[in-house]
Design a protein around this ligand. Structure first.
Ligand code: BGC
Length: 761
């Protein structure tokens, strides 16, 4: 397509009309100019291609396809290659089904365990979320199919998602919530992004120029298209000016007319319309020029991949007395409806019409003789005593009881948030009663986000599957019976109780406002700082083997912020079975002028090791690994000083650490005024020289003498604090006329002239 030429022939009305969908899933065509339609579909963990033969087909009525594990499960794999392979498979399905863009992945941060849509998101940590999102995007786009990274940004709750304003300070927004998108945009270059429904500090994302143009395009270099979430447009002309290229689904021409009207009135520039139009045409053109008419997809091969990914992602949370893997000779009882009918995905727009689903009960047949009791119902949360009694009797007559439990769709979904962190009471009761008669009880969980586990001390094993996709049953059995060694690690913290979570006081906010009062202290950043006990920490997960860490090497003692630091560590499998380990690298800023987390994830690698085998893992850290986002420079900032490099098997299991000194070239802008504190001036290079007269005058007037030694010492401390914390102008008031306002002005002038507005930190 010669886009420029086509655009030169288009009327304003035609250009405006291209800026919204023709229906729920298609862009518009313009026959006169040979512009074809392009289809998009949800996403993210499979192809939810709505049946076009039936416009009234509901959310759950799409073509049969493969439901891969959901984002909450995928992230626990910590495995970039695996996620890339999933992306490739999904991209290929899209080619075969003539879908140009698949809507996802979602990189929103899990601020609270209550967000109903957490199952569609990766992590509480932006580094992990952006890395996994990037692999997903690269995989799909390797097949020349577009992705739509969503929901940009700060869609961290479902409650009032279309009107709520997330009130977030600049540092937190950039360091946590935007960073999850930034890494993926820079690294994987998604063809499109989808803006969120909500407002950020009062402005709807669909018309937020700062977000969609200043940050996304100008700072991060995004060159693709931004579409609205379905129905997220507020005032369409404002959106066009802000950089929202495509409105979805369709306003039936109403908003297109508003665009034309605004251009004619002169309140919207036609240039902005042209930009959006060009991006829509580019997206359509990209699809058709990369079209593979011959693509075919093999459902069974993709199913097998879904099983593999699920098995590599599940997290073994507890394994007392090595209850797992189960012996094939044991009499095993599978208890709980999810054994026969697993919950493997969440509900809402991501719901995939899985062409087949593997349940653990059928999948276990090839491993052992299994007996089954249903244990609970999923239609509501009523305790069914008869079902529990039957399960208890079965457990009593077995060697091991495996209870399949978790959340039902009534407990979590797109569209609404959870009201508590508990599991259905009918399931808690079942687990308690089974564990009371059967000491060898294992719980297999199916849930999209953390749950409280009141029975944790009474069971020996816990396997977290999250929402494992259509291969969940086979994958669970592979782990239960030892065919696969579990290697998933938690991509989020499981707090002991909901009120421990840092967003507890302000989730989901008051009416249309939610203040992110915990700031950057999301997830482990908070629990670590508070030294709080958690149920399971970020990065945690058990294996059937053991690993030893040694030989941490930093390839420099001092670096500058322009250098890359190479770090290596050796990991050895010290057990008797092959296994995979997720090696995690965290960084701590030892001393900082702003409050920083105790540690932050800045690297991870997943490796596979045969028994006795060792591997050297290499990490490369650039300046971003040491930086925080400064609201003074409005950019990432590295402060000179010592940093600790920590290598761990989880965020709470640091095996080795070493220090590095970083010399940074970053400087804060610094303007000295009469209200600048003396302490801030002392911190400048040769700062003392500017204040000699002030200090002398202060010392001359200082009388800390007292008969009481403690009182004297305290007065001295107070005076020192004053000297440090007093603004310059205050010295006039305590100088008996020796210091004047002109003296103060003189100092300010001198400092500002000599430092050229930069603070030498
Ligand atoms: C969701 C998006 C989804 C879109 C289309 C919206 O309600 O928030 O994630 O892609 O619908 O189904």
């Amino acid at each position: 397509m010669n886009i420029k030429k086509i655009m030169s022939k288009m009327t304003l009305e035609e250009k405006a009309s291209l800026l919204s969908g023709s229906d729920f899933w298609h862009t518009k065509s313009v026959e006169r100019l040979g512009i074809p339609q392009m289809m998009m579909s949800d996403g993210p963990h499979g192809l939810r291609k709505q049946r076009v033969d039936d416009e009234n087909a509901g959310v759950n009525e799409s073509i049969k396809s493969v439901c891969f594990p959901t984002a909450c499960t995928l992230a626990c794999s910590f495995d970039r290659d695996l996620i890339y392979r999933m992306g490739q498979a999904i991209g290929n399905e899209c080619q075969a089904e003539n879908v140009g863009v698949i809507l996802g992945p979602g990189a929103n941060i899990k601020r609270s365990p209550l967000c109903g849509r957490n199952f569609e998101y990766f992590s509480e940590d932006p580094f992990l979320a952006s890395n996994i999102a990037a692999s997903h995007i690269k995989g799909v786009q390797s097949k020349k199919i577009g992705t739509s990274l969503k929901h940009f940004a700060a869609n961290n709750q479902e409650n009032r998602r279309m009107s709520v304003s997330e009130e977030i300070d600049e540092r937190t927004l950039n360091e946590i919530y935007l960073a999850a998108f930034e890494g993926a945009v820079r690294d994987a270059k998604p063809y499109t992004l989808m803006c969120s429904y909500n407002r950020i500090n009062g402005t709807y994302s669909s018309e937020n120029k700062r977000l969609l143009t200043d940050i996304l395009r100008n700072k991060w270099g995004f060159e693709g298209l931004v579409m609205s979430d379905w129905g997220a447009v507020n005032q369409r002309p404002k959106g066009v000016a802000a950089g929202l290229d495509l409105e979805m689904p369709s306003s039936g021409g109403v908003n297109d007319a508003k665009i034309v009207e605004a251009v004619k009135k002169g309140t919207l520039s036609e240039e902005d319309v042209n930009l959006c139009c060009e991006r829509v045409l580019t997206m359509v053109d990209n699809y058709y020029s990369g079209r593979d008419e011959n693509a075919v997809w093999d459902k069974d091969a993709d199913h097998a991949l879904a099983v593999e990914i699920a098995a590599q992602s599940m997290v073994l949370l507890k394994n007392d007395d090595r209850i797992l893997p189960l012996s094939k000779k044991s009499k095993v009882a599978f208890i709980g409806k999810f054994a026969a009918e697993p919950r493997f995905q969440g509900s809402g727009s991501s719901h995939i019409n899985a062409f087949k689903v593997s349940d653990a009960l059928s999948a276990a047949e090839k491993y052992a003789d299994i007996s089954y009791a249903q244990g609970y119902v999923t239609e509501d949360d009523k305790i069914d005593t008869a079902l529990i009694n039957e399960a208890v009797e079965l457990a009593q007559n077995s060697d091991v009881a495996v209870v399949f439990a978790g959340l039902t769709d009534l407990f979590e979904s797109e569209g609404f948030d959870r009201s508590h962190m508990g599991m259905p009471e009918c399931q808690n009761e079942l687990i308690r009663r089974v564990a009371a008669v059967q000491p060898n009880t294992v719980v297999v969980l199916h849930n999209g986000s953390p749950v409280e586990m009141p029975w944790i001390e009474n069971v020996k094993g816990i396997l977290e599957t999250y929402l494992g996709g259509q291969g969940v049953g086979e994958a669970v059995c592979e782990i239960l019976f030892g065919k696969v060694n579990p290697s998933g690690k938690l991509a989020e913290t499981f707090p002991k109780k909901l009120s421990d979570n840092p967003s507890y006081l302000s989730f989901p906010g008051e009416g249309d406002y939610v203040r992110y009062s915990e700031g950057i202290f999301v997830g482990y950043r908070y629990y670590d700082f508070k030294e709080m006990d958690v149920l399971f920490p970020f990065g945690y997960g058990l294996s059937y083997t053991t690993f030893a860490y040694s030989d941490l090497k930093l390839y420099a003692k001092n670096i500058t912020d322009k250098d890359t630091l190479t770090v290596s560590v050796t990991v050895r499998n010290t057990g008797h079975v092959a296994g995979r380990e997720v090696v995690q690298l965290y960084v701590r800023d030892v001393e900082s002028s702003v409050i920083r987390p105790v540690k932050e994830l800045k690297g991870f690698e997943k490796i596979e090791l045969a028994p006795g085998e060792s591997k050297v893992i290499v990490f490369n850290l650039d300046r971003r690994a040491f930086a925080f986002y400064s609201d003074k420079t409005h950019d990432w900032f590295v402060e000179s000083g010592d940093f600790e490099i920590m290598i761990g098997s989880s965020s709470r299991d640091i095996k080795l650490s070493q220090m590095i000194h970083v010399e940074s070239s970053d400087r804060f802008p610094f303007v000295c005024t009469p209200n600048t504190t003396m302490g801030d001036i002392f911190k400048l290079k040769n700062g003392h020289k500017y204040l000699e007269k002030f200090v002398k005058n202060f010392a001359d007037n200082l009388d800390t003498e007292s008969d009481n030694e403690v009182l004297g010492a305290a007065t001295k401390l107070m005076m020192e604090a004053q000297l440090r914390d007093n603004p310059l102008r205050v010295m006039v008031s305590f100088s008996d006329g020796n210091i004047t306002h002109e003296d103060v002005e003189e100092i300010c002038k001198k400092i500002n002239a000599e430092l050229c507005g930069k603070l030498d930190n």
